[in-house]
Design a protein around this ligand. Sequence first.
Ligand code: SF4
Length: 212
Amino acid sequence: MPKNITASDFTRRLGDHYPDEQCHLDYDKDRPWTLLFAVILSAQCTDKRVNMVTPTLFSEFPDLGAYVAKPIETLESTIHSTGFYRNKARSIHKCAGQLLLKHNGVVPDTMEALTDLAGVGRKTANVILWNLFRKNIGFVVDTHVGRIAQRVGLSRQKTPVAIEKDLMKKLPQNKWGLLSHQLVQFGRDFCKAPRPKCEACFLNDICPKKGL
Ligand code: SF4
């Protein structure tokens, strides 16, 4: 059994299999905050479900002012099916106000400013920094990425922040954003929880956890 996967093999094979992997959330490029709100809605929810909700959301709430002006109950009802709708509505309502007051309605492009916004942690900020600004500042560590990092031996840590630090140490910075999306898709397609599809996996000759 292989002892450890190397960062270069891992990166190359993911790149070969998912050469152009992107965020699957739909948003309006002319209104970059739509991606921010879509990512907030995607917590504990599938991209598919979020993409069913956001066309109505972005038409009923076409600009940031609408999120502040309209009753929060209207927002709750529109995003209800994404789950945790009260918390998400509160975050989006507050975030819209912060964007207007502190950033002139523009989504900021630094980790510090993004994580100051309501409902935005490092994971969401990394999605925004890569997809809107093509900045490789960190890794998007969701449940898929955390699980894969542990299985293939790139991290022994348990928390997303500590796993992200390990990935940033071991994988090339110019690929962090792309790799994040490749890993999320790899987790959906092959390295699933609880049963990975090791026989079909394109890393199975170099993965220390194959079949375990
Ligand atoms: S061989 Fe199995 S455990 Fe290893 S990366 Fe592939 S699916 Fe995951």
